[in-house]
Ligand binder design. Structure first.
Ligand SMILES: [Zn+2]
Ligand SMILES: [Zn+2]
Length: 224
């Protein structure tokens, strides 16, 4: 079982460049339907057929909020029926906003609705007493912090600096506050819009959360 969480623009190539075995992915869990979280999905479905030899025969399961089947249908409408019938079994499983699915390998995936878009969910991935929580995109939500309490890894979005804050995303200050509630062993921040990289993200977070913090890096540097 290998789970990919979201599949935004460039995900496919970055996995290839950094040596992640994208060929071995068995499940994809989508947090919501914004383009930066799904735009490589059709590419990935195609790559499993043509980007590797022999072509994939193993099933692929796409898990996502209510509306995921409609989304895949729309992608098939745009690109062709191969999106839904790529030559290997493709299963779509919609998860209720506070639902749960058990995956192979004794992995439990739980969803929790978050304030971003109507369908948006955060995910908790649990295995053998360990737990990763991925916020997806979200506004600050104290209940989400409590839901994540005690997780090993909290993977949180961190979109914009405080002076550009919008209701639907987190600032570094809010990431720190979320982590203070969740008390993860390790806070990992990702989903940086270029302006947030102008501020001292780690320093701001450290004012609220003393634990281990890592800032995600996609290998590209942004000159501002
Ligand atoms: Zn979004
Ligand atoms: Zn996003």
């Amino acid at each position: 079982m290998r789970l990919l969480m979201d599949c935004g623009g460039g995900a496919m190539h970055r996995m290839a460049v950094i040596g992640v075995r994208w060929q071995d992915i068995t499940h994809v869990a989508l947090s919501h339907f914004h383009a930066d979280h799904i735009s490589d999905l059709a590419l990935l479905i195609s790559a499993w057929r043509y980007g590797d030899l022999p072509p994939r025969s193993a099933p692929l399961e796409i898990i996502g909020p209510l509306g995921t089947a409609t989304l895949l249908g729309a992608l098939a409408g745009a690109f062709g029926d191969w999106v839904l019938e790529p030559g290997y079994p493709l299963v779509i499983r919609e998860i209720e906003p506070d639902g749960m699915v058990d995956l192979p390998g004794d992995v439990r995936l739980r969803a929790r609705a978050v304030p971003h878009t109507d369908e948006s969910v955060a995910y908790s991935v649990e295995h053998d007493g360990r737990r990763l929580v991925y916020t997806g995109d979200t506004a600050f939500d104290a209940e989400l912090g409590r839901w994540a309490r005690g997780c090993d890894v909290l993977l949180a979005e961190c979109s914009l600096p405080a002076d550009m804050a919008v209701p639907a995303h987190l600032t570094p200050e809010e990431c720190g506050a979320l982590a203070a509630l969740a008390e993860p062993s390790h806070l990992v921040l990702t989903h940086f819009y270029p302006p947030v990289e102008r501020v001292d993200i780690a320093g701001i977070v450290a004012q609220r959360f003393r634990g281990r913090v890592t800032l995600a890096n996609d290998g590209w540097t942004t000159e501002l």
